[in-house]
Ligand binder design. Structure first.
Ligand code: AMP
Length: 525
């Protein structure tokens, strides 16, 4: 069942479209129709399957924006998850005016939360401890709570929240909907389900037998901001003739195509919003070699007849094991060698483990190739091509030119060859290599440089101050600034390699919180 058939509020549909969701994921297709009817449900699903929207959409559909009382509670194990889930539900609620969604978790000032709650919040996403805290202070009114979601229930039990969860459930109105999501179903979860859920539907994505093609499969753990950079390194390094790149949303397809084109690749996108003529144009380009990278959603790729791609890239981890098999099945056909690469961000690693277990396949972890690796491979390929030219034996005229040049200058033939090779490899690559040599190993993530700043918590600076100073002074976007680790008297901040020199220059005479600071490349970890 797809979103269109679920009779959803048009405002939710609009948000779903804007978020670029092309089809309901399997867990959504099954859960949403049950949950929008107000029935209790147990969903077995893990992160990365689209489970947040699977309960977020029904919760929104059932909330009354004119009623300012608390109407739904989502309990989840960690503050990160609370923040992330609140973000996702807010995106889904973008066009529903009058709905307030608030994450509440330990570590944040309670007085601030109480103030926000007083403003009339219909949906809270909270950790059990903090929700209990508010209940004790009577800052949460529970009479009108119509839905409670237990998200990552197994995780909450592992963290010792069972008692808190049961206390909360006992205080809620009897007439309510309870949705329980959990990656695993151990006995304590089933006990809770039995005690607190009424005639629950059990939703589990049933899996078909699938055979995974025998091809090399690799994954890379990446920082979400570096995905494009890592993908282009892999493309440079393996230099496949035809590649297929999969994204989970239409929006991502468009963004990635624009980025790849900007980097000089011949890439085109394919997704469900495109007209048939557009699709035909893209497909023709791919078949006759004008395009060598096709970026697509799962739905769009299903309708196309390209089998023979050399490499499949999962820019996003697929939301379903079955998609993974379909995707990578596009390569390595008819005895050819094929490769599949998957970029993994944070907790998506669990999804990937699931895929491996269920598909009985092995996906090997690989370090992100360094620029050196990429350069070495690029140089190797060019030299191989040069060998072909040398063997063709038609170099007399050019050799004369070079001889004349070398006679007239002080350069050696080795220097000249190196310069020509560098020119051929592209300036960007060699420039980047030079920065790498300049800064050495600073212990940063690939593609980043870690900088040391001699100011920290003791000087009462906050992460925001550092971010503001680095981005503000150097003019690089705040979203390009990577990890910031703050200690008592110093701080590490990562910036993209290509901006490192610029940041260092800009930070020379900067004051943070009125104090002059010294910024330099960090020493390796
Ligand atoms: P979750 O499993 O809820 O952590 O979701 C993982 C990611 O998938 C989030 O970034 C969602 O925005 C995204 N997502 C959820 N549903 C869909 C869908 N139907 N199509 C594409 N992406 C989705």
């Amino acid at each position: 069942m797809n979103f269109e058939e679920m009779c959803l509020d048009p405002r939710i549909m609009r948000a779903v479209t804007e978020m670029g969701f092309e089809q309901a994921s399997p867990i959504q297709a099954q859960s949403i129709p049950i949950a929008v009817e107000g029935r209790d449900m147990i969903g077995q699903a893990q992160t990365g399957t689209g489970k947040t929207a699977a309960f977020g959409i029904p919760v929104l559909q059932r909330v009354d924006p004119h009623n300012k009382k608390l109407q739904a509670i989502v309990l989840c194990p960690t503050r990160e998850l609370a923040i992330q889930t609140a973000g996702e539900i807010r995106r889904l609620a973008k066009f529903m005016h009058g709905i307030k969604i608030l994450p509440i978790y330990g570590g944040q000032e309670i007085s601030k939360q109480i103030r926000s709650l007083k403003g009339g919040v219909q949906i809270i996403i909270g950790t059990p401890g903090r929700v209990m805290d508010h209940m004790r202070r009577h800052t949460l009114k529970l009479e009108q709570v119509g839905t409670i979601v237990l998200d990552e229930a197994d995780e909450m039990l592992n963290m010792g929240f069972r008692e808190d969860i049961e206390t909360i459930l006992n205080r809620l109105p009897q007439e309510r909907q309870t949705l329980l999501f959990s990656a695993t179903m151990p006995k304590p979860i089933l006990e809770i389900a039995k005690r607190y859920l009424q005639h629950p539907e059990i939703v589990k994505v049933v899996k078909k037998e699938l055979t995974v093609p025998k091809i090399e499969q690799y994954y890379y753990e990446v920082n979400p901001r570096r995905k494009n950079e890592v993908l282009s390194r892999l493309l440079d390094m393996y230099d496949p003739e035809l590649s297929l790149v999969f994204c989970n949303t239409k929006r991502k397809v468009d963004e990635l195509v624009a980025d790849l084109k900007g980097r000089g690749y011949f890439a085109e996108g394919l997704h469900g919003d495109m007209k048939q003529t557009q699709r035909d144009r893209v497909m023709n380009g791919f078949r006759n070699g004008r395009t060598d990278i096709l970026v697509a959603t799962d739905v769009a790729a299903r309708g196309i007849d390209v089998d023979d791609v050399e490499a499949v890239f999962n820019y996003d981890v697929p939301q379903d094991d079955e998609y993974y098999v379909h995707r990578i099945g596009r390569t390595g056909r008819a005895g050819r060698t094929g490769r599949a690469f998957t970029l993994v961000v944070g907790r998506e690693i669990y999804k990937l483990k699931d895929i491996q277990r269920y598909c009985k396949t092995r996906i090997k972890r690989q370090p992100i190739p360094s620029l050196d690796d990429v350069t070495e491979i690029k140089a190797g390929k060019l030299l191989e091509q040069a060998e072909g030219v040398m063997e063709s034996d038609r170099l007399n005229y050019t050799m004369d030119l070079i001889e004349e040049y070398l006679d007239a200058t002080e350069y050696s033939s080795l220097e000249l060859a190196a310069a020509l090779l560098q020119m051929q490899m592209g300036e960007e690559n060699t420039q980047a290599m030079q920065t790498e040599m300049e800064f050495g190993d600073t212990g940063a993530e690939p593609g980043m440089v870690r900088l040391f700043i001699n100011i920290g918590k003791k000087q009462r600076v906050r992460i925001g101050d550092i971010l503001g100073a680095v981005a503000g002074e150097s003019g690089i976007g705040g979203n390009l600034v990577g990890a910031i680790d703050m200690y008592d008297s110093f701080t590490f901040v990562e910036v993209p390699r290509e901006n490192a020199a610029q940041v260092l220059q800009a930070m020379k005479n900067v004051k943070i919180k009125g104090k002059s600071v010294n910024v330099e490349p960090a020493k390796g970890k």
